[in-house]
Ligand binder design. Sequence first.
Ligand SMILES: Nc1nc2c(ncn2[C@@H]2O[C@H](COP(=O)(O)OP(=O)(O)O)[C@@H](O)[C@H]2O)c(=O)[nH]1
Ligand SMILES: [Mg+2]
Length: 484
Amino acid sequence: MNNENICALSTATGGALGIIRISGPQSLEILSHIFSKDLTKAQPNTIHYGHLVEHDAVSQHQPQPTVEHDAVSQHQNIIDEVLVSVFRSPHSYTGEDSAEISCHGSRYILNKVLALLCQHGCRMANPGEFTMRAYLNGKLDLSQAEAVADLIASTNKATHDIAMSQLRGHFSSELGKLREQLLKLTSLIELELDFSDHEDLEFADRSELNELAKIINNYIKKLIQSFETGKAIKQGIPVAIVGKTNVGKSTLLNRLLHEDRAIVSDIHGTTRDTIEDTIDIQGITFRFIDTAGIRQTTDQVEQIGIERTYQAIQKARIVIWMVDQQPSQKEIQEFIEQVKDKSLIITQNKIDKEDGFKIDSSLLNTLQKYSFIKISAKHNLHIDQLEKAIYQAADIPTLTDTDVIVTNARHFDALQRAHASLQRVLDGLGTSNSSSSISHSPLPPDLLAEDLRLAIEHLSEITGGQITPNEVLGNIFKNFCVGK
Ligand SMILES: Nc1nc2c(ncn2[C@@H]2O[C@H](COP(=O)(O)OP(=O)(O)O)[C@@H](O)[C@H]2O)c(=O)[nH]1
Ligand SMILES: [Mg+2]
Protein backbone atom coordinates (compact mmCIF):
# COMPACT_ATOMS: atom_id res chain seq x y z
CA MET A 1 0.00 0.00 0.00
CA ASN A 2 2.82 2.37 0.89
CA ASN A 3 4.06 2.36 -2.69
CA GLU A 4 1.24 4.67 -3.52
CA ASN A 5 1.69 8.41 -3.42
CA ILE A 6 -1.07 10.33 -1.71
CA CYS A 7 -2.11 13.96 -1.58
CA ALA A 8 -4.74 15.97 0.25
CA LEU A 9 -5.68 19.43 1.36
CA SER A 10 -4.67 19.65 5.03
CA THR A 11 -6.26 22.98 5.91
CA ALA A 12 -9.87 24.08 6.14
CA THR A 13 -11.09 25.95 3.10
CA GLY A 14 -11.75 29.64 3.27
CA GLY A 15 -8.46 30.81 4.76
CA ALA A 16 -5.80 33.00 3.12
CA LEU A 17 -3.51 30.01 2.71
CA GLY A 18 -4.14 26.37 1.92
CA ILE A 19 -1.64 23.63 2.63
CA ILE A 20 -1.53 20.61 0.38
CA ARG A 21 0.30 17.61 1.66
CA ILE A 22 1.86 14.94 -0.46
CA SER A 23 3.58 11.75 0.70
CA GLY A 24 5.00 8.59 -0.82
CA PRO A 25 8.15 7.26 -2.45
CA GLN A 26 7.70 9.28 -5.68
CA SER A 27 6.06 12.30 -4.09
CA LEU A 28 8.93 14.69 -4.79
CA GLU A 29 9.26 13.48 -8.36
CA ILE A 30 5.54 13.95 -8.94
CA LEU A 31 5.61 17.39 -7.38
CA SER A 32 8.59 18.37 -9.54
CA HIS A 33 6.44 17.81 -12.65
CA ILE A 34 4.31 20.78 -11.67
CA PHE A 35 6.85 22.88 -9.79
CA SER A 36 9.31 25.34 -11.30
CA LYS A 37 12.25 23.71 -9.50
CA ASP A 38 13.53 20.16 -9.43
CA LEU A 39 12.82 18.89 -5.94
CA THR A 40 14.05 15.34 -6.47
CA LYS A 41 17.46 16.32 -5.12
CA ALA A 42 16.23 18.77 -2.50
CA GLN A 43 17.80 18.40 0.92
CA PRO A 44 15.61 17.24 3.82
CA ASN A 45 13.82 19.90 5.87
CA THR A 46 14.27 22.67 3.33
CA ILE A 47 11.81 25.22 2.02
CA HIS A 48 11.67 26.15 -1.65
CA TYR A 49 10.13 29.20 -3.20
CA GLY A 50 8.75 28.71 -6.71
CA HIS A 51 5.77 28.41 -9.02
CA LEU A 52 3.23 25.72 -9.53
CA VAL A 53 2.81 25.37 -13.25
CA GLU A 54 0.78 23.50 -15.79
CA HIS A 55 2.58 22.63 -19.00
CA ASP A 56 1.16 23.80 -22.24
CA ALA A 57 0.34 20.57 -24.11
CA VAL A 58 1.49 21.86 -27.54
CA SER A 59 4.84 23.18 -26.35
CA GLN A 60 7.99 21.24 -27.18
CA HIS A 61 10.21 23.58 -25.19
CA GLN A 62 10.24 22.40 -21.64
CA PRO A 63 12.49 24.44 -19.33
CA GLN A 64 15.23 22.62 -17.45
CA PRO A 65 14.76 23.42 -13.79
CA THR A 66 17.22 22.63 -11.02
CA VAL A 67 16.73 22.72 -7.30
CA GLU A 68 17.94 26.36 -7.25
CA HIS A 69 16.74 27.64 -10.59
CA ASP A 70 13.14 28.78 -10.82
CA ALA A 71 12.47 27.92 -14.45
CA VAL A 72 9.16 29.11 -15.80
CA SER A 73 8.66 29.39 -19.55
CA GLN A 74 6.04 31.23 -21.51
CA HIS A 75 4.56 27.86 -22.41
CA GLN A 76 3.56 27.25 -18.87
CA ASN A 77 0.46 28.31 -17.09
CA ILE A 78 1.37 29.66 -13.68
CA ILE A 79 -1.15 28.45 -11.16
CA ASP A 80 0.31 29.85 -7.98
CA GLU A 81 3.39 31.25 -6.31
CA VAL A 82 4.15 28.97 -3.41
CA LEU A 83 6.53 27.69 -0.76
CA VAL A 84 7.23 23.97 -0.64
CA SER A 85 8.63 22.28 2.48
CA VAL A 86 10.50 19.10 1.68
CA PHE A 87 10.86 16.20 4.12
CA ARG A 88 12.87 13.06 3.53
CA SER A 89 12.26 9.52 4.70
CA PRO A 90 12.54 8.51 7.49
CA HIS A 91 12.58 11.97 9.10
CA SER A 92 9.11 13.07 8.12
CA TYR A 93 5.67 12.89 9.73
CA THR A 94 4.70 9.84 7.67
CA GLY A 95 8.20 8.40 7.61
CA GLU A 96 8.16 8.68 3.80
CA ASP A 97 9.44 11.30 1.39
CA SER A 98 6.88 14.05 1.57
CA ALA A 99 6.18 17.72 1.02
CA GLU A 100 3.82 20.44 2.11
CA ILE A 101 2.84 23.06 -0.43
CA SER A 102 1.70 26.39 0.99
CA CYS A 103 -0.62 27.79 -1.65
CA HIS A 104 -2.97 30.73 -1.64
CA GLY A 105 -6.29 29.68 -0.20
CA SER A 106 -8.30 29.87 -3.42
CA ARG A 107 -10.59 26.95 -3.93
CA TYR A 108 -9.74 27.05 -7.65
CA ILE A 109 -5.99 26.89 -7.00
CA LEU A 110 -6.24 24.13 -4.44
CA ASN A 111 -8.49 21.93 -6.57
CA LYS A 112 -6.31 22.54 -9.62
CA VAL A 113 -3.14 21.56 -7.77
CA LEU A 114 -4.72 18.40 -6.35
CA ALA A 115 -6.00 17.48 -9.80
CA LEU A 116 -2.53 17.99 -11.33
CA LEU A 117 -0.86 15.93 -8.62
CA CYS A 118 -3.34 13.13 -9.31
CA GLN A 119 -2.68 13.44 -13.03
CA HIS A 120 1.01 12.87 -12.38
CA GLY A 121 0.58 9.79 -10.24
CA CYS A 122 -0.85 10.66 -6.84
CA ARG A 123 -4.17 9.61 -5.49
CA MET A 124 -6.32 11.47 -2.99
CA ALA A 125 -5.58 10.38 0.57
CA ASN A 126 -8.21 8.74 2.74
CA PRO A 127 -9.13 10.34 6.08
CA GLY A 128 -6.23 9.95 8.51
CA GLU A 129 -4.06 8.21 5.94
CA PHE A 130 -0.96 10.34 6.61
CA THR A 131 -1.18 9.46 10.30
CA MET A 132 -1.94 5.83 9.51
CA ARG A 133 1.28 5.72 7.47
CA ALA A 134 3.13 7.34 10.35
CA TYR A 135 1.83 4.52 12.53
CA LEU A 136 2.65 1.78 10.02
CA ASN A 137 6.15 3.23 9.60
CA GLY A 138 6.71 3.18 13.35
CA LYS A 139 6.71 6.96 13.84
CA LEU A 140 3.87 6.79 16.37
CA ASP A 141 2.08 4.02 18.21
CA LEU A 142 -1.65 3.64 17.88
CA SER A 143 -2.59 5.57 21.01
CA GLN A 144 -0.34 8.43 19.90
CA ALA A 145 -1.97 8.40 16.48
CA GLU A 146 -5.34 8.70 18.17
CA ALA A 147 -3.97 11.57 20.24
CA VAL A 148 -3.29 13.45 17.00
CA ALA A 149 -7.02 13.40 16.24
CA ASP A 150 -7.80 14.45 19.83
CA LEU A 151 -5.29 17.28 19.62
CA ILE A 152 -6.88 18.61 16.44
CA ALA A 153 -10.31 18.36 18.06
CA SER A 154 -9.22 19.92 21.37
CA THR A 155 -11.16 23.02 22.30
CA ASN A 156 -9.84 23.91 25.73
CA LYS A 157 -6.86 23.53 28.01
CA ALA A 158 -7.98 20.24 29.57
CA THR A 159 -8.62 18.40 26.30
CA HIS A 160 -5.42 19.87 24.88
CA ASP A 161 -3.35 18.80 27.90
CA ILE A 162 -4.62 15.23 27.79
CA ALA A 163 -4.14 14.89 24.03
CA MET A 164 -0.65 16.41 24.22
CA SER A 165 0.39 14.13 27.06
CA GLN A 166 -0.85 11.10 25.13
CA LEU A 167 0.83 12.26 21.95
CA ARG A 168 4.11 12.69 23.78
CA GLY A 169 3.87 9.08 24.84
CA HIS A 170 3.09 9.29 28.56
CA PHE A 171 0.20 6.85 28.28
CA SER A 172 2.25 4.54 26.06
CA SER A 173 5.11 4.51 28.53
CA GLU A 174 2.78 3.74 31.44
CA LEU A 175 1.36 0.85 29.44
CA GLY A 176 4.89 -0.26 28.62
CA LYS A 177 5.72 -0.40 32.32
CA LEU A 178 2.59 -2.46 33.02
CA ARG A 179 3.50 -4.84 30.22
CA GLU A 180 6.98 -5.28 31.63
CA GLN A 181 5.59 -6.11 35.07
CA LEU A 182 3.14 -8.57 33.55
CA LEU A 183 5.96 -10.21 31.60
CA LYS A 184 7.91 -10.55 34.82
CA LEU A 185 4.92 -12.20 36.44
CA THR A 186 4.49 -14.52 33.48
CA SER A 187 8.11 -15.55 33.53
CA LEU A 188 7.88 -16.39 37.24
CA ILE A 189 4.92 -18.62 36.55
CA GLU A 190 6.46 -20.16 33.47
CA LEU A 191 9.55 -20.99 35.44
CA GLU A 192 7.32 -23.10 37.58
CA LEU A 193 5.90 -24.76 34.49
CA ASP A 194 9.34 -25.61 33.14
CA PHE A 195 10.36 -27.35 36.31
CA SER A 196 7.02 -28.83 37.25
CA ASP A 197 8.35 -32.39 37.06
CA HIS A 198 11.05 -31.60 39.63
CA GLU A 199 8.94 -32.21 42.63
CA ASP A 200 11.54 -31.10 45.11
CA LEU A 201 11.89 -27.67 43.47
CA GLU A 202 10.42 -24.80 45.42
CA PHE A 203 7.62 -23.18 43.44
CA ALA A 204 7.36 -19.43 42.94
CA ASP A 205 6.09 -17.76 46.05
CA ARG A 206 2.33 -17.47 45.54
CA SER A 207 1.86 -14.55 47.86
CA GLU A 208 4.60 -12.66 46.06
CA LEU A 209 2.93 -13.38 42.71
CA ASN A 210 -0.36 -12.31 44.19
CA GLU A 211 1.10 -9.07 45.48
CA LEU A 212 2.56 -8.19 42.10
CA ALA A 213 -0.65 -9.08 40.24
CA LYS A 214 -2.65 -6.98 42.66
CA ILE A 215 -0.49 -3.90 42.20
CA ILE A 216 -0.78 -4.17 38.43
CA ASN A 217 -4.50 -4.77 38.56
CA ASN A 218 -5.07 -1.81 40.86
CA TYR A 219 -3.26 0.46 38.48
CA ILE A 220 -5.36 -0.81 35.58
CA LYS A 221 -8.45 -0.22 37.71
CA LYS A 222 -7.33 3.36 38.30
CA LEU A 223 -6.97 3.88 34.57
CA ILE A 224 -10.42 2.41 33.97
CA GLN A 225 -11.92 4.71 36.59
CA SER A 226 -10.27 7.74 34.99
CA PHE A 227 -12.42 7.19 31.89
CA GLU A 228 -15.45 8.67 33.64
CA THR A 229 -13.54 11.93 34.08
CA GLY A 230 -11.88 11.61 30.69
CA LYS A 231 -15.20 11.29 28.96
CA ALA A 232 -16.61 14.24 30.88
CA ILE A 233 -13.63 16.41 29.96
CA LYS A 234 -13.84 15.42 26.32
CA GLN A 235 -17.57 15.84 25.89
CA GLY A 236 -18.14 18.65 28.38
CA ILE A 237 -19.48 18.14 31.87
CA PRO A 238 -23.28 18.13 31.87
CA VAL A 239 -24.85 20.54 34.34
CA ALA A 240 -28.64 20.65 34.69
CA ILE A 241 -30.30 23.81 35.97
CA VAL A 242 -33.56 22.78 37.59
CA GLY A 243 -36.23 24.19 39.86
CA LYS A 244 -39.78 25.49 39.84
CA THR A 245 -41.09 27.73 37.11
CA ASN A 246 -40.06 31.39 37.22
CA VAL A 247 -37.23 31.03 39.74
CA GLY A 248 -34.78 32.41 37.15
CA LYS A 249 -33.22 29.33 35.53
CA SER A 250 -33.21 30.75 32.02
CA THR A 251 -31.88 34.06 33.30
CA LEU A 252 -29.00 32.16 34.89
CA LEU A 253 -28.27 30.23 31.69
CA ASN A 254 -28.12 33.47 29.73
CA ARG A 255 -25.93 35.03 32.40
CA LEU A 256 -23.47 32.12 32.34
CA LEU A 257 -23.37 32.10 28.53
CA HIS A 258 -23.11 35.89 28.28
CA GLU A 259 -25.86 35.87 25.67
CA ASP A 260 -29.62 35.74 25.41
CA ARG A 261 -29.92 32.09 24.61
CA ALA A 262 -33.12 31.22 26.45
CA ILE A 263 -36.33 33.20 26.60
CA VAL A 264 -36.80 34.88 29.95
CA SER A 265 -40.24 35.99 31.03
CA ASP A 266 -42.36 36.25 34.13
CA ILE A 267 -44.91 33.96 32.52
CA HIS A 268 -44.79 30.59 34.25
CA GLY A 269 -43.87 27.69 31.99
CA THR A 270 -42.03 29.75 29.35
CA THR A 271 -39.23 27.23 28.93
CA ARG A 272 -40.95 24.11 27.69
CA ASP A 273 -37.98 22.26 26.25
CA THR A 274 -34.42 21.74 27.41
CA ILE A 275 -31.88 24.20 26.03
CA GLU A 276 -28.21 23.27 25.93
CA ASP A 277 -25.04 25.25 25.47
CA THR A 278 -21.43 25.12 26.61
CA ILE A 279 -19.06 27.45 28.38
CA ASP A 280 -15.52 26.97 29.61
CA ILE A 281 -14.74 27.53 33.26
CA GLN A 282 -11.03 27.41 34.13
CA GLY A 283 -10.21 25.41 31.02
CA ILE A 284 -12.97 22.81 31.40
CA THR A 285 -16.03 22.69 29.17
CA PHE A 286 -19.39 22.55 30.90
CA ARG A 287 -22.60 21.73 29.08
CA PHE A 288 -25.43 23.65 30.69
CA ILE A 289 -28.94 22.37 30.28
CA ASP A 290 -31.74 24.80 31.06
CA THR A 291 -34.90 22.90 31.77
CA ALA A 292 -38.62 23.39 31.96
CA GLY A 293 -39.66 24.31 35.46
CA ILE A 294 -41.12 21.56 37.56
CA ARG A 295 -44.78 22.15 38.40
CA GLN A 296 -48.15 20.45 38.08
CA THR A 297 -49.57 21.30 34.69
CA THR A 298 -52.26 20.15 32.29
CA ASP A 299 -50.39 21.57 29.30
CA GLN A 300 -49.25 18.52 27.35
CA VAL A 301 -46.22 20.18 25.75
CA GLU A 302 -45.10 21.49 29.11
CA GLN A 303 -45.56 18.00 30.57
CA ILE A 304 -43.20 16.58 27.95
CA GLY A 305 -40.75 19.36 28.84
CA ILE A 306 -40.98 18.43 32.51
CA GLU A 307 -40.37 14.78 31.61
CA ARG A 308 -37.21 15.95 29.81
CA THR A 309 -36.18 17.83 32.92
CA TYR A 310 -36.09 14.54 34.81
CA GLN A 311 -34.07 13.01 31.97
CA ALA A 312 -31.66 15.95 32.08
CA ILE A 313 -31.17 15.34 35.79
CA GLN A 314 -30.33 11.71 35.06
CA LYS A 315 -27.74 12.68 32.44
CA ALA A 316 -26.17 15.47 34.47
CA ARG A 317 -23.07 15.16 36.58
CA ILE A 318 -23.86 18.39 38.40
CA VAL A 319 -27.34 19.63 39.27
CA ILE A 320 -28.01 23.26 40.12
CA TRP A 321 -31.22 23.42 42.08
CA MET A 322 -32.55 26.94 41.98
CA VAL A 323 -35.06 28.33 44.47
CA ASP A 324 -36.55 31.78 44.96
CA GLN A 325 -38.63 30.92 47.97
CA GLN A 326 -37.84 28.98 51.04
CA PRO A 327 -38.27 25.30 50.19
CA SER A 328 -39.92 23.07 52.76
CA GLN A 329 -37.99 20.37 54.57
CA LYS A 330 -40.08 17.85 52.61
CA GLU A 331 -39.24 19.45 49.24
CA ILE A 332 -35.57 19.43 50.13
CA GLN A 333 -35.67 15.76 51.10
CA GLU A 334 -37.53 14.82 47.92
CA PHE A 335 -35.12 16.71 45.73
CA ILE A 336 -32.03 15.35 47.40
CA GLU A 337 -33.43 11.85 47.02
CA GLN A 338 -33.76 12.45 43.28
CA VAL A 339 -30.21 13.63 42.70
CA LYS A 340 -28.41 11.45 45.19
CA ASP A 341 -25.58 10.34 42.91
CA LYS A 342 -24.95 13.84 41.51
CA SER A 343 -23.03 16.83 42.74
CA LEU A 344 -25.68 19.18 43.99
CA ILE A 345 -25.44 22.96 44.13
CA ILE A 346 -28.36 24.77 45.72
CA THR A 347 -28.76 28.37 44.61
CA GLN A 348 -31.04 30.94 46.15
CA ASN A 349 -31.85 33.41 43.38
CA LYS A 350 -33.23 36.95 43.40
CA ILE A 351 -31.32 38.09 46.48
CA ASP A 352 -31.67 41.62 45.12
CA LYS A 353 -35.37 41.66 45.94
CA GLU A 354 -36.32 43.52 49.05
CA ASP A 355 -38.93 40.97 49.96
CA GLY A 356 -36.33 38.23 49.40
CA PHE A 357 -36.75 35.37 51.79
CA LYS A 358 -34.64 34.41 54.77
CA ILE A 359 -33.92 30.78 55.36
CA ASP A 360 -34.79 29.26 58.74
CA SER A 361 -31.71 28.26 60.61
CA SER A 362 -32.87 24.63 60.82
CA LEU A 363 -33.13 24.47 57.03
CA LEU A 364 -29.89 26.33 56.55
CA ASN A 365 -28.09 23.51 58.33
CA THR A 366 -29.49 21.01 55.85
CA LEU A 367 -28.73 23.19 52.83
CA GLN A 368 -25.21 23.97 53.91
CA LYS A 369 -24.31 20.30 53.72
CA TYR A 370 -24.40 21.01 50.01
CA SER A 371 -22.83 23.78 48.13
CA PHE A 372 -25.22 26.65 48.86
CA ILE A 373 -24.87 29.93 46.97
CA LYS A 374 -26.99 33.05 47.04
CA ILE A 375 -27.14 34.90 43.74
CA SER A 376 -29.01 37.28 41.59
CA ALA A 377 -28.99 35.99 38.03
CA LYS A 378 -30.62 39.14 36.76
CA HIS A 379 -28.28 41.56 38.49
CA ASN A 380 -25.12 39.50 38.15
CA LEU A 381 -24.51 39.05 41.86
CA HIS A 382 -22.19 36.26 43.04
CA ILE A 383 -22.17 34.54 39.64
CA ASP A 384 -18.39 34.21 40.01
CA GLN A 385 -18.96 32.29 43.27
CA LEU A 386 -21.39 30.04 41.49
CA GLU A 387 -18.91 29.37 38.68
CA LYS A 388 -16.29 28.48 41.24
CA ALA A 389 -18.72 26.09 42.92
CA ILE A 390 -19.53 24.50 39.56
CA TYR A 391 -15.86 23.97 38.82
CA GLN A 392 -15.31 22.43 42.25
CA ALA A 393 -18.37 20.20 41.90
CA ALA A 394 -16.92 18.76 38.70
CA ASP A 395 -14.12 17.38 40.86
CA ILE A 396 -11.61 17.30 38.03
CA PRO A 397 -8.20 16.25 39.27
CA THR A 398 -5.51 18.77 38.41
CA LEU A 399 -3.61 17.24 35.58
CA THR A 400 0.10 17.02 35.88
CA ASP A 401 2.47 15.90 33.16
CA THR A 402 2.52 12.36 34.42
CA ASP A 403 -1.18 11.86 35.07
CA VAL A 404 -2.85 9.56 32.65
CA ILE A 405 -6.53 10.01 31.98
CA VAL A 406 -8.24 7.61 29.62
CA THR A 407 -10.51 9.45 27.19
CA ASN A 408 -10.81 6.89 24.43
CA ALA A 409 -13.55 4.24 24.45
CA ARG A 410 -11.33 1.77 22.61
CA HIS A 411 -8.68 2.07 25.32
CA PHE A 412 -11.31 1.79 28.02
CA ASP A 413 -12.60 -1.41 26.46
CA ALA A 414 -9.14 -2.96 26.18
CA LEU A 415 -8.31 -2.01 29.77
CA GLN A 416 -11.49 -3.62 31.00
CA ARG A 417 -10.62 -6.86 29.24
CA ALA A 418 -7.08 -6.76 30.63
CA HIS A 419 -8.57 -6.17 34.07
CA ALA A 420 -10.91 -9.17 33.71
CA SER A 421 -8.03 -11.44 32.64
CA LEU A 422 -5.92 -10.29 35.53
CA GLN A 423 -8.80 -10.76 37.93
CA ARG A 424 -8.94 -14.40 36.79
CA VAL A 425 -5.23 -14.66 37.53
CA LEU A 426 -5.78 -13.27 41.01
CA ASP A 427 -8.70 -15.60 41.61
CA GLY A 428 -6.66 -18.48 40.21
CA LEU A 429 -3.74 -17.78 42.52
CA GLY A 430 -6.18 -18.74 45.22
CA THR A 431 -5.23 -15.95 47.59
CA SER A 432 -7.40 -13.31 46.03
CA ASN A 433 -9.50 -11.11 48.20
CA SER A 434 -11.54 -9.88 45.28
CA SER A 435 -14.94 -8.35 45.76
CA SER A 436 -16.56 -11.75 45.40
CA SER A 437 -16.18 -13.61 48.66
CA ILE A 438 -16.21 -16.95 46.88
CA SER A 439 -12.89 -18.64 47.49
CA HIS A 440 -11.29 -20.04 44.39
CA SER A 441 -9.21 -23.12 44.25
CA PRO A 442 -5.72 -22.45 42.89
CA LEU A 443 -5.40 -22.82 39.12
CA PRO A 444 -2.55 -24.77 37.55
CA PRO A 445 0.27 -22.53 36.32
CA ASP A 446 -0.42 -23.15 32.63
CA LEU A 447 -3.90 -21.64 32.96
CA LEU A 448 -2.53 -18.71 34.94
CA ALA A 449 0.06 -18.11 32.25
CA GLU A 450 -2.67 -18.17 29.61
CA ASP A 451 -4.69 -15.45 31.37
CA LEU A 452 -1.57 -13.39 31.88
CA ARG A 453 -0.80 -13.67 28.20
CA LEU A 454 -4.33 -12.44 27.44
CA ALA A 455 -3.92 -9.48 29.79
CA ILE A 456 -0.69 -8.52 28.00
CA GLU A 457 -2.40 -8.87 24.64
CA HIS A 458 -5.28 -6.63 25.63
CA LEU A 459 -2.91 -3.93 26.86
CA SER A 460 -0.91 -4.19 23.64
CA GLU A 461 -4.03 -3.54 21.59
CA ILE A 462 -4.00 0.03 22.91
CA THR A 463 -0.62 0.92 21.48
CA GLY A 464 -1.00 -1.54 18.60
CA GLY A 465 2.25 -3.27 19.49
CA GLN A 466 1.14 -6.47 17.88
CA ILE A 467 -0.39 -6.94 14.49
CA THR A 468 -3.54 -4.87 14.53
CA PRO A 469 -6.31 -6.06 12.21
CA ASN A 470 -7.09 -3.78 9.26
CA GLU A 471 -10.66 -3.50 10.43
CA VAL A 472 -9.53 -1.95 13.71
CA LEU A 473 -7.17 0.44 11.92
CA GLY A 474 -9.93 1.38 9.50
CA ASN A 475 -12.24 2.19 12.39
CA ILE A 476 -9.66 4.35 14.12
CA PHE A 477 -8.57 6.39 11.13
CA LYS A 478 -11.93 6.86 9.45
CA ASN A 479 -12.79 9.48 12.07
CA PHE A 480 -9.76 11.60 11.20
CA CYS A 481 -10.01 14.57 8.94
CA VAL A 482 -8.68 14.22 5.42
CA GLY A 483 -5.16 15.59 5.16
CA LYS A 484 -4.07 14.40 8.59
N1 LIG B 1 -35.52 40.44 40.85
C1 LIG B 1 -35.02 39.45 40.19
N2 LIG B 1 -35.72 38.88 39.20
C2 LIG B 1 -35.16 37.86 38.52
C3 LIG B 1 -33.85 37.37 38.82
N3 LIG B 1 -33.58 36.35 37.98
C4 LIG B 1 -34.68 36.20 37.19
N4 LIG B 1 -35.62 37.10 37.51
C5 LIG B 1 -36.93 37.28 36.86
O1 LIG B 1 -37.74 36.15 37.12
C6 LIG B 1 -38.62 35.91 36.01
C7 LIG B 1 -38.50 34.47 35.54
O2 LIG B 1 -37.19 34.27 35.00
P1 LIG B 1 -36.83 33.03 34.08
O3 LIG B 1 -35.36 33.05 33.89
O4 LIG B 1 -37.69 33.02 32.86
O5 LIG B 1 -37.25 31.85 35.04
P2 LIG B 1 -37.37 30.28 34.72
O6 LIG B 1 -38.79 30.01 34.50
O7 LIG B 1 -36.86 29.61 35.95
O8 LIG B 1 -36.52 30.01 33.53
C8 LIG B 1 -38.21 36.92 34.94
O9 LIG B 1 -39.12 37.99 34.97
C9 LIG B 1 -36.83 37.35 35.36
O10 LIG B 1 -36.51 38.64 34.93
C10 LIG B 1 -33.13 38.01 39.87
O11 LIG B 1 -31.99 37.68 40.19
N5 LIG B 1 -33.76 39.03 40.51
MG1 LIG C 1 -37.06 29.18 31.80
